[in-house]
Design a protein. Sequence first.
Length: 377
Amino acid sequence: MKKIILSLTILLSMVTLSSTAQVLYRITGNGLSKPSYLLGTFHLAKSSYVDSIPGFRQAFEQVDQVYGELIMSEMNAPENATKLLSAMMLPAGQNIKDLLTAEELQRLNVVMKEYMQMDLSSSMAMQAYGRMRPAALNTMLTLAIYSRMLPEVNASDGIDEHVQALAKESGKPVGGLEGMDDQIVALFTGTPAPRQAKLLMCVVDNIDYQVSLSKQLIDAYYAQNLQQIESLVDEKMDNDCDATDEENELLITGRNKAWMKKIPTLIAEKPTMIAVGAAHLVGEEGLISLLKAKGYTVEGVKCSKSCCKEQSGCKEQSGCKEHSDCKEHSDCKEQSGCKEHSGCKEHSDCKEHSDCKEHSDCKEHSDCKKQSSKNKK
């Protein structure tokens, strides 16, 4: 089943991983004069969700360019749209009926009708979709499952597109770590058609599991529960639905290695935000580990003075998660005990809080009394 999840990861640009709830990482050291950043994305998450990521706005303001897997706006260029559509089709003369038995085709049709309102028993539908590669049908089915759970989301306005659009609005250059041809190979042409057919049936024959898995992935991303994401991505069924080493190389690890030939130059030339999907960041062959192996320091971004006030996600971050007034404290970053105090009760540094008067428990502090006159002013 890992193969199924990884194939989703490429198209949907899912998430990053850390030991804490974290989707944004700072890259420093190894001769860098300014930090760069790694941002984990989930393509079908609401684009506005970036404002719930602690430190995102500050990090975005600090970088001079943004790089994604692709330049998203170029995907809709006529020449690329034509190329992509062609890649989604089986070679001339071939049909999905050549790859599936009559019984398998019937099971596929049941699921297609349920989630895509597509009846392959219709000659018109078979003419339109029967020539598609199984991987293309798999991708369409997966998108239909996610769309049912996220009806408010516009698939063309995901986080990847949104971050790149913000960059263009700010006059920051946008680049891609790879081109359309690379993604076509990873998604549609790099795996033999019979294997694609098998993987399509893995989804069809385990559709309840796939729906449940999709829901868990959505919930985990919005909760920034990245340990859960890694667990879901690594989950296996111990059968031929699991990814082979060659498939992992094609989908994830090989692309990571190719990107690592570019990333050090990019971040040395300019502070860069790199926004890519999760499987590319996690594990021993993920970007985080590969960057560390080259001597960089890669750390999760914590809330700072200004982001603590501006970003709702800050209050959920370790170090502030129990501080009910964290959003209002400009000096939250400086309060080492912040996370332990819901209202500054027992907070030895209470006297340093300009907002001391707003804390219901402050009245019990002797230090607070000393500055009561100041607060009244």
